[in-house]
Design a protein around this ligand. Structure first.
Ligand code: ATP
Length: 352
């Protein structure tokens, strides 16, 4: 079990009377890829500013390896931040940028160059880039240089503030995997903030979900996806079909739409609540004669091709369902009457 490198104890941050971040208890283990994710205004930037040392908490403590660092300024902390804006020196070369932290520490030119070339290779940048100026590099290349420079600092923790959000989709997808790969290879602790849950899921060992300045859930991507604590988390993690449910005196839970009965699941950590969620990929359009524990009839109103999968929008009475299935060759066209089915065990019972 890795040691905790970073810890927040009962941290609050107020701006005047406004509570931006409230009652945060959090630990990050050494060597972990930890991501803080949440919608706009949930308090991510406020959190990372306190973690980096650009701002102090109003109450509570921040500890690095057990030492209280609340009042230690950013430039005196053994941590380093990679910004969305990158903060590279645009007119200097890639090599000069990467070597900057080493120069500050008085590392000799020959050794600096050797380390910079090593980092270039690690970040899949050709050696020839050493002499290229930053303004001659593409967005993705600059991103790699910024990361190389951060690694040259050899910090205890690397913080990332939405570093990929300005890049196009393909490049972002490539860099997400590269970042994860570099984190694993270097064994460094990465703390990352993003509003993109997809990004968080691909890279992180653990994810903290924030809403209105509070932590709603902390767990592995798998835990959060399959065992969301409440309706907010479930819906933040991806598209869902939501149903109201009622619990009867006998302890069983029924949804009003299908009258199907859901056993109170003991595999789900959440207590049976007043909301039931079925993810689109857990629903299917039934073949003629096929049965399922819960079924609804409806009409296909839209069809979206997602590559290997197809998503169908189905109007069932006053309810709109999203059904996502592997493209099987048996396509269902818009206006087709269909039966949608799912298994009781694929339903998540949550508090709204
Ligand atoms: P985004 O994804 O849009 O950047 P965020 O999750 O990073 O949002 P924060 O920037 O941390 O959110 O802001 C959290 C809340 O605190 C917001 O309501 C914001 O308006 C408020 N806030 C942040 N900084 C200040 C400040 N310096 N003074 C007053 N209020 C602030």
């Amino acid at each position: 079990m890795a040691e905790n490198i970073l810890e927040l104890r009962r941290v609050d941050k107020l701006f005047g009377d406004f509570v931006a971040v409230e009652r945060i208890d959090l630990t990050v283990a050494e060597g972990e890829f930890f991501t803080i994710v949440g919608p706009s205004g949930s308090g991510k930037t406020t959190m990372i500013r306190m973690l980096v040392g650009m701002d102090g908490p109003t109450r509570g403590d921040i500890l690095l390896r057990g030492e209280r660092i609340n009042d230690v300024p950013a430039n005196q902390r053994p941590t380093c931040m990679v910004f969305q804006s990158l903060a590279l020196f645009p007119h200097k070369t890639v090599g000069e940028n990467i070597e900057f932290p080493l120069k500050l520490r008085g590392v000799l030119p020959h050794d600096r160059r050797a380390r910079a070339l090593e980092l270039l290779a690690q970040l899949h940048l050709p050696e020839a880039y050493y002499d290229r100026r930053i303004h001659q590099c593409s967005g993705g290349e600059r991103q790699r240089v910024a990361l190389a420079r951060a690694l040259a600092f050899d910090p205890e923790v690397l913080f990332f503030d939405e570093p990929l959000s300005a890049l196009d989709y393909r490049l972002r997808k490539t860099l997400e995997k590269e970042l994860k790969d570099i984190q694993r290879k270097t064994g460094k602790t990465f703390v990352y903030i993003t509003h993109s849950i997809e990004e968080a899921m691909v890279m992180s060992d653990r994810i903290a979900i924030m809403r209105d300045g509070r932590l709603v859930q902390v767990g592995s991507p798998d835990e959060i996806y399959h065992r969301p604590r409440n309706g907010f988390v479930a819906q933040f993690m991806g598209e869902v079909n939501a149903f109201e449910v009622k619990q009867g005196d006998d302890g069983t839970v029924r949804d009003a739409a299908t009258a199907a009965c859901y056993p109170r699941p003991d595999t789900v950590v959440t207590p049976a609540g007043d909301l039931m969620i079925v993810r689109p990929e857990r629903m299917r359009i039934l073949a003629p004669g096929e049965t399922a524990e819960a079924t609804l009839e409806g009409r296909v109103t839209n069809q979206y091709v997602l590559g290997p999968r197809t998503q169908y929008q189905v109007q069932a009475g006053d309810r709109q369902l999203l059904v996502e299935m592997l493209a099987s060759g048996v396509d269902h066209a818009v206006n087709d009457q269909v039966r949608v089915g799912w298994s009781a065990r694929d339903a998540l019972l949550l508090s709204a």
